[in-house]
Design a protein around this ligand. Sequence first.
Ligand SMILES: Cc1cc2nc3c(=O)[nH]c(=O)nc-3n(C[C@H](O)[C@H](O)[C@H](O)COP(=O)(O)OP(=O)(O)OC[C@H]3O[C@@H](n4cnc5c(N)ncnc54)[C@H](O)[C@@H]3O)c2cc1C
Length: 394
Amino acid sequence: MTKPTHKTLTCDVLIVGGGPAGLATAQTLAPHAKTIVIHQDREIGKPVRTSGGTWVEDMEALGVPSHLYQQIDEILFRSDNRKVRQHLERRKCAVLDITGTYQWLAGLAHEAGADIYTDTKFLHTVETDDGFISEIRSRSIDATRIESQFIIDASGTPHAVLADLGLVDKPDRVGVGIEHEFEIKSADKNRAVLFVGQAVKSGYGWIFPAPNNHIRIGVGIIQPVSNLSPRDIYNAVVTPEFLESYGLELGPPVQVNAGIIPSVPYDPKLVFGNVIRVGDTANFATPTVGEGIRIAIKFGRILGERLSETLTQGCRSPLVRYELECRKALKRNYGFGFTANERIATYDADDWDKSLDRLARLDEDEVVSLVKSEFTLSMMIKAVGKQVRHKLFG
Ligand SMILES: Cc1cc2nc3c(=O)[nH]c(=O)nc-3n(C[C@H](O)[C@H](O)[C@H](O)COP(=O)(O)OP(=O)(O)OC[C@H]3O[C@@H](n4cnc5c(N)ncnc54)[C@H](O)[C@@H]3O)c2cc1C
């Protein structure tokens, strides 16, 4: 990458945030428009702020190479007094090598022609007649300003651009998680665990075997529903007895990963004039388990295509289509999922035991749909029926 010497850079589209959403957008946009991605961290994919659980079917559809994920054949769901094993015959889970995957995405964006500047933070923008003049602070380039016609806010939870322009409020309800990554001495590398109940009130914990003989153990909670710290919960939960109960022998610690994700209702408004949002800034992560990587990549690529069409055709209708495509795929499921999220955030141990009893009656497709927030009509009818019965008969 050549180091620009001008104080002001110019481009068609400035993408703020080099996470999966920003990088995927750059991949499909850069062949058609001069694209700059700025990313505040020193490296793409480091530090890790996510746990990387996803699905083999989606990784294959998105073309993610298989060496970047660990395949999972079984999910063990555990509450205080119940265990439910779901063998995954056809619809396997996967756990990503996050740094490797995000750097692979950056490689695709770079090959497509995008300039990616790390250690470069978006500070502030001003709208002009021709677009935007954005102030940046960078340790990797000399520039202090970037002029662009469009800005994509792919900054995740900070909503850096939208908040700066006063276009949306930052989320007041968030998922906060911490995870410790270790080398594995001994573990079932094809089994993921999701645990719920008293110890992780308003959230859940996970054990994810990852590529490179690593394992991630973490907890996440919803704030302000809970005012506890995930770190304290992790320390209280992950004891030698806990590890023994899952047959885990850990090797040396690798790193600690921590992150924050919006946990608010899906808002279909994605286009604000020439500022567009994607990924966590657009609340694309699933309301059930907060899984957002595959969705950020998929709709990031779609946004890149639609914005290319807008720029080459000189009309805004492709951007309207971007909003509609996202709305069609997400709005109904996420509305339903968010209602479920609000309910389960208040569950006690008994509620979770009953919930796992219901889970045990579902088949593989239904369990996968539930975790992915892809609800079938019959699942919705059953859930609404249950709520009505609860209201009528207590
Ligand atoms: C604890 C936790 C566990 C999770 N587990 C999973 C999981 O198992 N599976 C899954 O699919 N999803 C998971 N998620 C969600 C997933 O991480 C997100 O949905 C996904 O990262 C969204 O991608 P993004 O590109 O929109 O945002 P991000 O990944 O947040 O990327 C945005 C980037 O923008 C950068 N940035 C922010 N502000 C600025 C600025 N001012 N200037 C320049 N750069 C800036 C940030 O440094 C950041 O790296 C988890 C989230 C958390 C918090």
